[in-house]
Design a protein around this ligand. Structure first.
Ligand SMILES: [Zn+2]
Length: 277
């Protein structure tokens, strides 16, 4: 049995409902640490990312791209209020959509990307991108004002260790911006389940090792010597064309924000002074 990466505990309980929803590989299941509540896949079965996993990014619909642009613009506005100006690193930058928005707002951007194909795409768009993982990469200490990492942390085998590495690359007053999925509990899908539509199983979760909540994500950040500034669970402004649906969508989104039960978790965090890199 794997020890908990957050508290070191070895007392875990199986979570059959979450295991069924997460579509994990055979032999692996979701467990919850009794000590701290962190949920994770045990054992960790390393996925092989087929080339197609990344090529699928190139098939996003125009609406999806517009949605992502809105989301990133909002995040960059929030970042501009709390982060010093300087270099911005996007970890898991894919083909460079976030970097495009950041560059348009005056950031000096760089990217880190595991996929050879996606990193080449980003370079063709004129971005400075290194190919590799967080755990293999090395940047000079304190070299970035902002590090952005969206939908990566849940794939990493040692998230607290990886967060400490990101902290070593951040300037002392720099800001880390994280987004992870908030799986199994979002209010919107819960309401649909009440109306008789079961929660859909998520094959996309099969490659996730960690299933964070706002509380356990904050605890991981603190353990890596970050101080969370804001932790939100937004339902992002998806494009909904039907007016009645749009009203329902807005109402659910508002309830999710208030109850902290949205589909994703966004955290902004700053290195704790004097914790050392
Ligand atoms: Zn624990």
């Amino acid at each position: 049995m794997d020890a908990c990466q957050l508290c070191g505990g070895i007392d875990v309980e199986p979570r059959p409902r979450e295991t069924a929803l997460a579509c994990l590989p055979p032999g692996s299941g979701v467990v919850r640490c009794q000590g701290c509540g962190l949920q994770f896949a045990s054992p960790q079965v390393m996925p092989t990312y087929e080339a197609d996993y990344y090529h699928s990014f190139g098939r996003y619909s125009a609406d999806h791209v517009t949605h992502m642009q809105r989301l990133f613009r909002g995040r960059l506005e929030r970042l501009a209020r709390v982060a010093p100006r300087g270099r911005l690193l996007d970890v898991g930058c894919a083909e460079g959509l976030f970097m495009t928005e950041a560059r348009a707002r005056g950031w000096n951007v760089a990217g880190l990307e595991l996929s050879k194909w996606a990193s080449e795409q980003a370079r063709e768009r004129g971005f400075d991108v290194r190919q590799g993982s967080v755990d293999d990469a090395d940047f000079p200490p304190r070299s970035f004002a902002v590090i952005h990492m969206s939908h990566v942390l849940e794939h990493l085998p040692r998230p607290v260790t990886s967060l400490r590495k990101l902290r070593s690359w951040l300037a002392p007053k720099g800001v880390l911006a994280l987004e992870v999925p908030y799986e199994f509990y979002d209010l919107g899908e819960g309401l649909l389940a009440l109306l008789g539509r079961p929660r859909p199983a998520k094959p996309s979760s099969a490659s996730h090792f960690f299933f964070f909540s706002p509380r356990t994500l904050s605890a991981c950040l603190e353990r890596a010597a970050f101080r969370p500034l804001t932790v939100r669970t937004p339902r992002d402004p998806y494009i909904v064309r039907h007016p009645a649906k749009r009203l329902v969508f807005r109402a659910v989104g508002m309830a999710e924000r208030m109850l902290r039960r949205g589909p994703v978790i966004e955290a902004l965090a700053r290195p704790i002074d004097g914790a050392g890199a």
